[in-house]
Ligand binder design. Structure first.
Ligand code: APR
Length: 308
């Protein structure tokens, strides 16, 4: 009998709790929900354990304040840290969240040294860089979740505009997880038809502007925090691709070693994600404008890393 996989969720807030729910619904394996807040992970784990019989989820759930309980985890998903409030940019979180991520990295390094780590904490591209540096895990095994979410937002807005199924829209959003992210229009299609043949330039410009600000749009509406359902779903897709060796082609924050002329930082690029973690960074040909935007975005990430 195959042993169940173990998924450690570091941070049991809005995203962490949703991740635990999705792990159960999609039968990913046993879940450890860790947080520094006393009672929160225990309460959420208890509540979710009562949902298990309703949906027939056979998973063990542990809510804990003891980081040692993540021991032997196959995947760690990190959401520990503060979310944005209205008026804040993701970059405003850098100092506070860097301290938290450093702490968490020490715990992961000690207790789950062979794990695949997915960072969700913002500002994403800087936090995933820090996580890799502090754990010294192979770069193939430390990634950031941003591109899957930004791409999903692009797909959702395009599908609404065209009144088609979301699954008919194929797209990519690359670059950093900030307002200068790069929706790659030249690779975006609907049912295989290039998007530029389906929508006029002005509508595409407006939709891409909305994609860049979509996280902020949610923050402004919620007022007390940032998006959590869609970030959780996006991280789960990445975890599944790793755990089940699906080799999906996904936009993730991956370590660049010269691809796209970018070296030594994490940035959203298309990769093949399988049992080997990031098995390959795909280098696709971009238009000059897209290349320019990607380099601008990389510069912003470098500036943030310097603050660290
Ligand atoms: N270790 C573990 N958990 C921690 C630590 C730590 N050192 N420090 C803080 N936390 C916990 C908080 O106690 C809280 O429960 O992290 C949790 C964060 O949850 P929320 O405040 O609900 O934030 P959430 O919406 O889940 O977003 C988390 O992901 O998308 C990003 O910008 C977002 O950085 C934010 C992160």
């Amino acid at each position: 009998m195959a042993k169940r996989k173990k998924i450690a969720l570091i941070g049991a807030g809005q995203i962490g709790g949703t991740l635990a729910l999705l792990c159960g619904l999609r039968n990913l394996g046993d879940v450890v929900l860790f947080d520094v807040a006393e009672g929160t992970p225990q309460g959420k784990a208890l509540d979710l354990s009562h949902l298990a019989p309703v949906f027939g989820c056979d998973f063990q759930l542990l809510g804990t304040n003891n980081i040692a309980d993540i021991k032997g985890a196959d995947v760690c998903i990190v959401t520990a840290g503060l979310p944005r409030k209205p008026g804040m940019s993701r970059d405003d979180l850098v100092k506070t969240n860097a301290e938290i991520v450093r702490n968490v990295a020490r715990g992961i390094k000690e207790h789950a040294p062979g794990s695949f780590v997915i960072v969700v904490t913002n500002p994403l591209d800087a936090m995933v860089y820090l996580m890799q540096r502090e754990t010294a895990f192979p770069t193939s095994h430390v990634v950031g979740m941003a591109g899957v979410l930004d791409t999903a937002r692009y797909q959702a807005f395009l599908a609404q505009e065209l009144n088609v199924s979301v699954s008919s829209v194929s797209a990519f959003v690359l670059g950093g997880h900030g307002d200068d992210m790069v929706p790659v229009r030249s690779y975006t299609t609907c049912g295989g038809i290039p998007i530029e043949r389906m929508l006029p330039k002005e509508r595409l410009d407006a939709i891409e502007k909305r994609v860049r600000g979509a996280g902020g749009e949610v923050v402004a509406l919620l007022k007390t925090g940032s998006a959590f359902y869609s970030p959780a779903a996006s991280a789960i897709q990445m975890a599944e691709s790793y755990l089940f060796d699906q080799k999906r082609v996904l936009a993730v924050a991956a370590y660049c070693q010269g691809q796209y002329g970018i070296k030594g930082i994490y940035l959203g690029v298309p990769v093949i994600l399988g049992a080997g973690g990031v098995e390959k960074v795909l280098e696709i040909e971009l238009t000059d404008a897209e290349k320019g935007q990607l380099h601008e975005s990389a510069k912003r990430v470098e500036e943030l890393i310097r603050i660290l």
